[in-house]
Design a protein around this ligand. Structure first.
Ligand SMILES: Cc1ncc(COP(=O)(O)O)c(C=O)c1O
Length: 374
């Protein structure tokens, strides 16, 4: 790590990123499908030229991501939103080439304009098949979900407006759960896929994780292609940058209140909100579980939020003011989710190239905080 760059900063590693991209390209080649970057997970556009060498394009959650994808990523630009804004739609048509709608009503409202502009049009369906436990807020198949059209709400008369179907139901899952979901999808919607051009299997596929069963994924994709004569899309976010980024932070202060505590210059609430929202405990280099090594600390941020705690970690030696700590797997759903609550500075963005050289891509300051307010 480079000690001349001020903390906190996100560090993205070209070698690790490229390893993921190689895997994704291999899957795409073997399965004969197209893989897109879900920008919601990672929108570091300075490295889009590298990503573009491996991926077919990007997918967006709305106008701004679609524009970023169109202007910086290239290739195919897809967009899905639960509800589009009428006043934005015309501009959106200039950026995206694939439009996925959430409901028959949205499809009726915007589909004809998308069609007339020569765009591909799809409907997100809800196969009502929950395969994840523990993270209810990430389950679009949960009862009462607003995401995707259930079979009961599906309107066959809209089929002439459609080129494809889309579902997104997974979160950090393996291909056995995809297989279960595809079976549920086929049972409910398979008959409608005959005659369409594509199916998009959404994100949540942890394709680049060590234990991910990629052969099964390839089999599933081939099955869909063979059965329905459609093109298959995957749009992972996490898998593109899994374990390819870090958040480097410094110890500002230590104190004791029944246990050792360290205050860092990074904040869970501002810089890694998923730690609190999901919640999860991010891996930290050279540390152990609470009590595993000689010195255990509760690590927290400098904001006013009592719960701005990253977790309890243990170390071989006591922590000192100025020590640098490196949180791992910090490229996904971090940079895109930062905020400046309490006037917290945004972490800088640093790129480590394949030769190990670290380059400051962007630093943020007071103006970035002020510009979001008035
Ligand atoms: C529609 C859609 N596509 C793709 C993704 C990317 O998912 P992940 O980053 O888990 O792969 C998401 C995540 O919420 C999503 O909602």
């Amino acid at each position: 790590m480079n000690n001349t760059i001020s903390t906190p900063y996100f560090l993205v590693d070209e070698t690790r990123l490229t390893q993921n991209l190689e895997i994704l390209r291999q899957v795409a080649d073997q399965a004969g499908c197209k893989i897109l970057l879900a920008q919601k997970a990672f929108s570091m556009f300075s490295c889009y030229p590298l990503l573009r060498r491996y991926l077919a394009g990007s997918t967006a959650s709305g106008l701004y991501e679609a524009r970023l994808g169109k202007e910086h990523f290239g290739g195919e630009t897809h967009v899905f939103s639960p509800a589009y804004k009428p006043e934005e739609f015309e501009e959106l048509l200039t950026y995206a080439d694939h439009f996925v709608f959430n409901s028959p009503r949205q499809l009726q409202k915007f589909g004809p304009a998308a069609r007339a502009a020569g765009k591909a049009v799809g409907l997100r369906v809800n196969p009502e098949c929950s395969t994840q436990e523990g993270h209810a807020i990430y389950d679009p198949c949960a009862p009462g979900s607003r995401l995707g059209t259930t079979l009961a709400n599906f309107d066959e008369s809209l089929l002439p407006l459609l080129d494809g179907l889309h579902f997104h139901t997974l979160c950090e899952q393996n291909s056995d759960d995809l297989e279960t979901t595809v079976a549920a999808f086929e049972e409910k919607f398979g008959k409608y896929l005959h005659g369409l051009k594509w199916i998009n299997l959404g994100g949540g596929h942890h394709i680049t994780r060590k234990d991910y069963d990629r052969e099964r994924l390839v089999r599933i994709v081939k099955h869909l292609k063979d059965t329905y004569q459609v093109e298959v899309y995957l749009e992972p976010g996490e898998a593109v940058v899994l374990n390819a980024g870090f958040l480097v932070t410094s110890v500002l202060e230590t104190l004791h209140n029944g246990m050792d505590i360290a205050i860092l210059d990074t904040s869970a609430a501002c810089h890694m909100p998923d730690v609190l929202e999901m919640p999860y405990r991010p891996p930290l280099k050279n540390s152990g579980e609470s009590g595993e090594k000689a010195y255990t600390y509760r690590l927290g941020g400098p904001t006013c939020l009592a719960g701005d705690v990253i977790g309890d970690y243990s170390f071989d030696a006591p922590l000192n003011e100025g020590d640098r700590l490196v949180f791992e797997d910090m490229a996904l759903y971090t940079m895109v989710k930062t905020n400046t609550f309490n006037g917290m500075p945004l972490p800088a963005i640093v790129w480590r190239d394949a030769n190990g050289e670290e380059k400051l891509v962007k630093a943020f300051g007071y103006e970035d905080f002020k510009n979001r307010l008035s």
